[in-house]
Design a protein around this ligand. Sequence first.
Ligand code: GDP
Ligand code: GDP
Ligand code: MG
Length: 298
Amino acid sequence: MSKWSLRGSLRNLFQGTRPIDESSWEGLEDSLILGDFGAEASESIVEAVRSNVERLAIADERELRNVLRDELAERLSANDPTLRLTRPQDAATGRLLPAVVLVVGVNGVGKTTTIGKLARFITRADRRVVIGAADTFRAAAVEQVATWGQRAGAEVVRPQQQGQDPASVAYQAVQHGIDVDADVVIIDTAGRLQTKAGLMDELTKIRRVVEKLAPIAEVLLVLDATTGQNGLSQAQAFIDHAGVTGIVLSKIDGSAKGGFVVGVQQATGISVKLIGFGEGIDDIAAFNANTFAAELVG
Ligand code: GDP
Ligand code: GDP
Ligand code: MG
């Protein structure tokens, strides 16, 4: 049994052997919308399932569940969920550089927690991780990520003075990662500044400065699954400006309705790579389309 389960409303659908009729399709569309798939994705899922059901001459509702599960699995696997942590090679020296991961997202979505979990996931495979505490906007943020680093067995590079330029902390973290031959450097960032433009400029600067030392392997955008479609519009600025390469969906253990994942991939074209399902250090998993579809439909 998996350690998490979704509260989507699809599980109670189509339990009996009732014949399929117009009300089946209305029921499906309503359930998808309630399940946080978003209006656009809901409509296109109904259309696709309906045309498959007709093509396969399926007559009763229970069999329709299988078609729905397959359709969701197919949509969820449209993007490659593999986390890219291969170490790049320095063109000049031939030396292996660390894979640099930048973690971005609005305040409170779970960036720092995700970094702790991800660091643990990597150190468990006997790989060396350095964390850069580049959320210098809040003093407590440095202590929080340092605690997670300690639990995860990762080294943490902190600001040398309060309010230090985040880009400079990121630079020092990557430099340290290179010096100690780390496999992965993960950079924590702030989720809030006085203005959104200020925050995006800060992320752009972090990227530019880090890339002086090593290419960036992944920019992970953390989204709180419980905020649903709302979180998606908040995330748009990061997608537009931060060069996001993957999504981490946090808090799917809460009141999240998993349909958000299908909508998010469809709306952004960016794949979900990791899911977070609790506050514990091991509450993280690689995203798997088939498992997720089975969780959604039951
Ligand atoms: P940040 O501001 O984006 O760095 O967010 P934090 O990592 O500080 O997390 C904000 C809150 O969300 C904390 O109370 C975390 O314990 C909580 N949190 C983070 N990830 C998860 C998760 O997967 N499940 C649950 N239930 N809580 C989470
Ligand atoms: P600027 O702040 O617009 O001048 O942007 P830069 O690209 O020059 O640097 C941005 C930040 O990264 C600076 O605050 C520096 O602290 C840091 N940085 C850039 N290059 C280096 C470097 O070679 N060594 C160190 N330690 N920090 C650097
Ligand atoms: Mg944080």
